[in-house]
Design a protein around this ligand. Structure first.
Ligand code: FAD
Ligand code: DHB
Length: 380
């Protein structure tokens, strides 16, 4: 197996295949230092934690993770708790994606199986019969290639034009994300809709807070000095309760991420399988991207296992449809959360609809349960 990309999808797949005795080579274009420092997602679904733990990847995760049993929706200056565990019996875990990646890289290196960092010029050929990967002047002949190389990778563009149907929506806003060296101002995540736009309060540890602000998609980072970021966060996360305040501190990292929904169908071309962000992107409001990537490779590892054990391609042939059923559920949830919580065009009518939806979500048990079930994730 040739696996392009050492993000969560590629590394979890490599490990699941290792456990089944299936050989793979993982190729990553960045250095180990780079991928282990890249700050991204933070929320792991119940099923993702169970899968990582069952695969022997959960030792540090179980020790260091923050288990959350609820989240807060904040609007009109008031917070409303959604009791995730109370409504679903399941919880979520806060544990940085780069920590997951560190654990996965260590596990891969411990197996002694190949993982090449800083490779350049990866090209794919022979995808319909005898797949070959070329990189750095070397050639790798594979039974199958798995494109786990994210949205901007080389795998999806290697498929001939027209062979995949693309579904896409680009949103007219982005997230400015910051990591701050300051204790979280709340024990749980806060998703806020404010007249000035969306804000999210999350965390990484008892001393590190992760925060996001809705900004324009072309927002220059230079326009956001620390004082402006804290000011804006303070405004959007403010409550009528004067006892609550946002604690500020040194900003360790900042970046702007665009928001899009994207799906290709099928997630396969001949002997190339696409997994994770290479096949689909969700806007981050539902905290789903990493979890979807893990869900894809679980399906793929089981299908490959069955293929090598029996010679039967039934599960491999079902891979794309099996994954897309989950992908579209998650697409809908992520789009719904995003639409409910972001300001669009300063339109007062839309804002009233959003507030009405939020009031309904926090006051109806059925609506709150629907949010909670989707947020903690469908069983894997
Ligand atoms: P990636 O993590 O993108 O990995 C792809 C890898 O392939 C990379 O290491 C890349 O360097 C490598 N690569 C690319 N091209 C090549 C090439 N040509 N050759 C070799 N290697 C290549 N998801 C959640 O579940 N929960 C959250 O809370 C959450 N929050 C997010 C917040 C933000 C601000 C952002 C940006 C994303 C968030 N996500 C979240 C989404 C999540 O980070 C992604 O969905 C996840 O990283 C997907 O994993 P992946 O392995 O498919 O792709
Ligand atoms: C985080 C990211 C998300 O996209 C989200 O919805 C919740 C939390 C985070 O980085 O902590």
């Amino acid at each position: 197996m040739g696996i392009v990309g050492a993000g969560p999808a590629g590394l979890v797949l490599a490990h699941l295949l290792h456990l089944r005795g299936i050989d793979s080579v993982v190729l990553e274009r960045h250095t180990r230092e780079h991928i282990e420092k890249r700050v991204r997602a933070g929320v792991l679904e119940h099923g993702t934690v169970e899968l990582l733990t069952a695969a022997g990847l959960g030792e540090r995760l179980q020790r260091e993770r923050l288990v959350h049993h609820g989240l807060e929706l904040l609007f009109d200056g008031e917070g409303h708790r959604i009791p995730l565990t109370g409504l679903t019996g399941r919880n979520i875990t806060v544990y940085g994606q780069h920590e997951v990646v560190k654990d996965l890289v260590a596990a891969r290196l411990a197996t002694g199986r190949p993982l090449h960092f800083a490779v350049s010029d990866v090209t794919l050929s022979g995808l319909t019969d005898r797949p070959t990967i070329r990189f750095d002047g070397e050639t790798l002949d594979c039974d199958f290639v798995v494109g786990c190389d994210g949205f901007h990778g080389v795998s999806r563009p290697s498929v001939p034009a027209g062979a995949l149907t693309v579904y896409e929506r680009v949103y007219p806003y982005a997230w400015l994300g910051v990591l701050a060296e300051t204790p979280p101002s709340s024990e749980e995540l806060i998703y806020a809709l404010h007249e000035r736009g969306f804000a999210l309060h999350s965390m990484r540890s008892p001393t590190v807070t992760r925060l996001y602000l809705q900004v324009r998609p072309d927002e220059p980072l230079d326009d956001w000095p620390d004082a402006r970021i804290w000011d804006e966060l303070g405004t959007r996360l403010a409550r009528r309760d004067p006892a609550w305040s946002l604690t500020d501190g040194p900003i360790l990292e900042r970046s702007v991420a665009p928001m899009r929904s994207f799906v290709v169908d099928p997630m396969r071309y001949g002997r190339l399988f696409l997994a994770g962000d290479a096949a689909h992107i969700v806007p981050p409001t539902g905290a789903k991207g990493l979890n979807l990537a893990v869900a894809d490779v679980k399906v793929l590892a089981e299908a490959l296992d069955s293929f090598y054990a029996t010679g039967e391609a039934r599960l491999l042939d079902a891979y794309s449809a099996t994954c897309l059923a989950r992908v579209w559920r998650v697409q809908h949830f992520s789009w719904w959360m995003t639409s409910m919580l972001h300001r669009i065009d300063d339109d007062p009518f839309t804002l009233q609809l959003q507030l009405s939806q939020l009031r309904y979500t926090v006051s109806s048990r059925a609506a709150a349960t629907s949010l909670a079930e989707n947020y903690v994730g469908l069983p894997l």
